[in-house]
Design a protein around this ligand. Structure first.
Ligand SMILES: Cc1cc2nc3c(=O)[nH]c(=O)nc-3n(C[C@H](O)[C@H](O)[C@H](O)COP(=O)(O)OP(=O)(O)OC[C@H]3O[C@@H](n4cnc5c(N)ncnc54)[C@H](O)[C@@H]3O)c2cc1C
Length: 429
């Protein structure tokens, strides 16, 4: 008989040693106050500390509570959209700069992990974008051509090599991106937090910011029990922003993503699945992501909110995807299920803000935050140190709000749920 699914994030389970921190109490001073302990905030804090600034990080819950602790762990290169499309939207100069920066971002992340000695099961074996049909294969051919023109190490796998790398014959072609890789996302964000603490950064947990206001020549960041007076502030609360002290939530619409992980798998059939350890996702509009963890679990995911969905639904969706791609595994036992929130923007590109001098914010990584958060945090640190806008990945945004973000989120969620119900009922795949 099957037990209940653990409604816990797998990466939390695999990262039992997480940084400890007290709640903020009383009034403290720092050069920079960072709001949010995810990749963006902690990367900003780390690079500011390394440059000799005093920094405190104020987190509403605990390190990695947001997307950083619960994502798929794909260390992706580039934006979600094709590089030509990024240049068409942003203009050739800004677009080329962003493509260059994010194309190189996995190298930055793996170098940072090595430099700080973070044990997060990082593997730079690439990622596989898998075509589910002929239209998907055509999209991948375009992506390959566009990245090759930019000198990136990508290759389109077809035929026997594709089947061998993916571990399934259900994939027409797969784009192997040698720049990219995988990691345990919670262990990475915890490693960043530990490095911040080692360098003397003050990290506060369970301290939601409730007010942000100017007091003389400083910013005052207030929580229920304390406050930080700082010259500069980085708002890194992104999709998980809580409270009405910032307008950041007007600049993205929330979408959800759930994951289901099996028990650790052994045996020959299991070894044939993604045998070279790439993380992958398919070209469906409502995509499925597929990876293995370091203990051999199969981890599947898709767009949509799994919270509130019953175990039978999560299991039957996971069974359907597994049996389609990997029928030789037979019936699997599913162990963990969890969900997270993603900040989407209508053009699939992030937005940077400087609402006032010395106050920086960002949102809208569109599901690509492991690398983007790390490089944006570093770029914010450099901007605060040198005030040179050339170092930023993008110019600051004109702050046009997303129209009807709540309605968009609800419509997307309804669409994802319908699609998944169709998958479970074998009407679509
Ligand atoms: C399920 C899922 C799968 C994903 N898969 C991938 C992937 O495979 N690869 C990839 O690159 N990206 C992926 N992403 C996206 C990626 O996880 C995020 O873009 C990234 O983690 C964002 O990092 P961040 O530091 O900007 O924000 P977050 O990690 O969300 O951190 C924001 C922090 O701010 C805190 N906060 C909010 N409000 C307040 C307040 N008032 N006061 C104090 N603190 C506050 C939150 O508690 C949170 O800890 C995925 C996201 C999800 C949810």
């Amino acid at each position: 008989m099957m037990g209940a699914l653990h409604r816990q994030c797998l990466w939390e389970h695999l990262t039992p040693r997480r940084p400890q921190a007290l709640a903020l109490g009383g009034e403290i001073k720092a050069d920079v106050c960072v709001i949010g302990a995810g990749y963006t905030g902690l990367s900003a804090a780390l690079h500011l500390l390394e440059a000799g600034r005093s920094v405190c990080v104020v987190e509403a819950h605990e390190t990695g509570h947001g997307g950083s602790g619960r994502n798929v762990g794909l260390v992706n290169a580039g934006t979600w959209i094709r590089p030509d499309d990024a240049e068409a939207t942003l203009g050739p100069e800004v677009g080329a700069k962003l493509n260059g920066l994010l194309g190189h971002a996995p190298a930055e992340v793996f170098a940072l992990i090595a430099r700080l000695g973070i044990d997060c099961q990082a593997r730079r074996d690439g990622t596989l974008h898998m075509a589910h049909n002929a239209a998907g294969a055509a999209d991948l051919r375009l992506r390959e051509a566009q990245w090759l023109r930019r000198g990136a190490r990508v290759e389109l796998l077809t035929g026997a090599r594709c089947a061998e790398y993916c571990g399934t014959d259900k994939v027409a072609a797969a784009l192997l991106d040698h720049r990219a890789g995988t990691l345990n996302p919670m262990a990475y964000v915890c490693g960043l937090a530990e490095a911040v603490q080692r360098l003397g950064g003050r990290l506060f947990h369970h301290s939601p910011v409730v007010r942000l206001e100017r007091q003389g020549d400083r910013w005052c960041v207030s929580t229920a029990r304390g406050s930080v007076l700082a010259e500069k502030v980085v708002i890194a609360s992104n999709a998980y922003t809580e409270g009405d002290w910032t307008q950041i939530r007007r600049h993205f619409f929330a979408g959800y993503y759930y994951q289901v992980a099996s028990v650790p798998l052994q045996g020959e059939a299991a070894q044939r699945i993604l045998p070279h350890a790439q993380g992958s996702w398919d070209t469906r509009t409502v995509l499925s992501s597929i990876r293995r963890d370091a203990e051999g679990r199969l981890v599947l995911g898709s767009l949509g909110n799994g919270e509130g969905k019953p175990d039978w639904f999560m299991r039957s969706w996971a069974d359907r995807i597994q049996r389609h791609y990997f029928p030789s595994l037979g019936k699997l036992e599913w162990q963990f299920a969890w969900s997270g929130r993603i900040a989407f923007t209508p053009d699939h590109l992030m937005k940077l803000f400087e609402p006032a001098p010395g106050l920086l914010a960002v949102t809208g990584y569109n599901g690509r935050g492991v690398t983007t958060g790390t490089v944006v945090g570093k770029a914010f640190a450099e901007f605060l140190l040198h005030e040179d806008p050339e170092g930023l990945p993008l110019p600051f945004d004109g702050a046009k709000a997303v129209s009807l973000p709540g309605v968009r989120s609800a419509l997307y969620e309804a669409g994802f749920s319908l699609y998944h119900a169709g998958q479970c009922l074998r009407v679509v795949l």
